[in-house]
Design a protein around this ligand. Structure first.
Ligand code: AMP
Length: 399
């Protein structure tokens, strides 16, 4: 980890601005339905508190349109956090402004407050210098523990961090970067990546980047259909991207030249619609024009499980089928099971794959489940994350 972390700095009595990712799902009664992201930030909050910091938590929630909307208030999150921490976490009325500055200046060591939703200000996403400066006025030290938002160059992610020094990583961010970083830079081999999900076009850069790093690439889900089409199979009315067929073919050639074994489905589950109550297992030659591929078949799952069982490092992003429908979740859950049973280092990218692993009850069998879908995807693409780039370098501190 080339960046400073909370462990490297002195925070006693200081105002520490902690960017967290508390963008959690809420139900119609505004109750938090999944507090994973809140729990994931607890180690950093608890550590800073033990060190005597004044902790100012900042997050976005949902997609308000740049002005306050009651349904996007962070109040339910502050309540849930208070339950988890066992003490009160006041929610301030806004995230910037004189009332907020006054409250913060009255904080004592070990106090924890939460700012109201950053996205109640359109300037957050625009990263305007003025808004970043307004946030920076609240802080002596900046901590980013929001891996799920680290790919966004927003004011609270990059703007403030460039104004407040030191700007360091929290435990969650460092953990994410350590796992994903060591998998990509120094993986145990064989290193296998599993890619699924809807579209090839979303994952082209990931495939291109991974082809220079992995020994094997498993492709399932809707995106496999475009590769099957490139190999000359008919995919009926399956989701596939005709504009990407040629590129899929080129990627398969590139994989061959890079000596990467690509594992595509051997059999598939077909249905009339993604809402069907059951599907039919067929070979690759058996997809009729009026049916769509909705999951990988059992022979494929066996094969993918075997590849995973002989790997020593596996990174997974994207479901193997339309797993939201239990009838077509078998391939995704069988992959999760194979990963959980494998002795390999197993890393699950956030988003749908993480949700599928949670649903399957196999989360404890994985080495690491990322809290950031978009961020982990950009990391796998090899892109620098703005929220990480801006943090203070360890070397810059004379180490
Ligand atoms: P992504 O966000 O790209 O990881 O895509 C996730 C979505 O891909 C999920 O909502 C799945 O339902 C969908 N998906 C996976 N396999 C298929 C398939 N064979 N056909 C249509 N959608 C699929």
């Amino acid at each position: 980890m080339p960046k400073l972390t909370v462990k490297d700095i002195e925070v006693r009595g200081k105002r520490v601005f902690v960017r967290v990712d508390f963008n959690v799902p809420l139900d119609a009664q505004s109750q938090v339905t999944d507090d994973t992201r809140i729990r994931a930030a607890l180690p950093t909050i608890q550590y800073l508190r033990e060190q005597g910091a004044k902790i100012i938590l900042a997050s976005h929630l949902g997609r308000p349109k740049g002005s306050p909307e009651a349904k996007y208030s962070l109040l339910p999150v502050a309540i849930r956090l208070a339950e988890l921490l066992g003490f009160e976490v006041p929610l301030l009325p806004d995230c910037v402004g004189s009332a907020v500055e006054e409250k913060v200046s009255g904080m004592a060591a070990q106090d924890v407050v939460m700012l109201e939703n950053l996205r109640f200000h359109g300037d957050e996403e625009k990263n305007t210098p003025r808004f970043a400066a307004d946030l920076a006025r609240l802080a002596d030290v900046y901590v980013n523990d929001a891996f799920g938002a680290a790919h966004r160059a927003h004011a609270s992610i990059s703007g403030v961090a460039s104004l407040v020094q030191p700007a360091v990583a929290g435990f969650l961010l460092s953990k994410e970067l350590d796992f994903l970083g060591s998998a990509l830079e120094n993986p145990r081999r064989p290193f296998v990546a599993v890619l699924g999900g809807a579209k090839v076009s979303d994952k082209i850069k990931v495939i291109e980047n991974l082809l220079s790093k992995v020994d094997g690439l498993i492709i399932g889900g809707g995106m496999a259909n475009t590769f099957l089409k490139a190999k000359g199979y008919d995919v009926g009315k399956s989701l596939f991207e005709s504009a990407q067929v040629e590129l899929a073919s080129e990627l398969l050639d590139l994989a061959e030249r890079s000596k990467v074994t690509v594992h595509l489905p051997l059999d598939v589950v077909i249905a009339t619609s993604v809402q069907d109550e059951e599907g039919e297992i067929v070979g690759l030659e058996g997809v009729p024009t009026d049916k769509m591929i909705v999951d990988v078949g059992p022979e494929t799952s066996d094969h993918f499980a075997k590849v995973v069982s002989t790997a020593r490092c596996v990174v997974w992003n994207g479901p193997m089928g339309v797993f939201e429908n239990p009838a077509f979740s078998v391939g995704t859950f069988r992959l999760a099971k194979a990963m959980a049973e494998s002795t390999a280092v197993t890393i699950v990218g956030g988003g749908d794959s993480a949700a599928a692993v949670e649903q399957s009850g196999l989360a404890s069998g994985m080495t690491h489940i990322s809290t950031g879908g978009g961020a982990s995807l950009e990391f796998l693409e090899g892109k620098p994350l703005p929220g990480v780039e801006v943090l203070t370098d360890k070397l810059g501190k004379g180490e």
